[in-house]
Design a protein around this ligand. Sequence first.
Ligand code: FEO
Length: 172
Amino acid sequence: MIKERMEEALNRQLNAELYSSYLYLSMSAYFDSINLKGFANWMNVQAQEELMHAMKFYNFILERGGKITLSAIEAPPREWDSPSSTFEIVYKHEQKVTALIHDLVDLSISEKDHATNNFLQWFVTEQVEEEASADGVVQRLKLAGNSSGGLFMLDRELGQRVFTPPAASKEK
Ligand code: FEO
């Protein structure tokens, strides 16, 4: 049985993952509206990944005999300035999520909750990848500068990203 403090914190993270999905879906719509379909695809896949993260928290809370609390999801912004500033925001957002995950790990240690600590390790590793992939695009956009050729090449590449559902991957 999970302790109340841990249960509350995991429910807050469930909400944060749902917000991340909202945020990236809003960015996907922005890229779609400026005809960068590859960027829109990348964001759409990212939004699906965040939903998968949320479901991992949801399933874990239930598995531990905890209660699910679904609270209101904050509305993300509707307008974005440019592809590069949007990806800067993604990178900063992922750094914030990493800090949230690390806080949860700290709490699991202070609560001596080894099962939750073990569960969170997947997210610790995942956040390294999340930050690296966002920063990767930030850097590529810097290289592309104002060249529309560079931007369209990157758009083509980001259009190839596909979502791998958890059942088809090794992760639950
Ligand atoms: Fe769920 Fe992008 O971290």
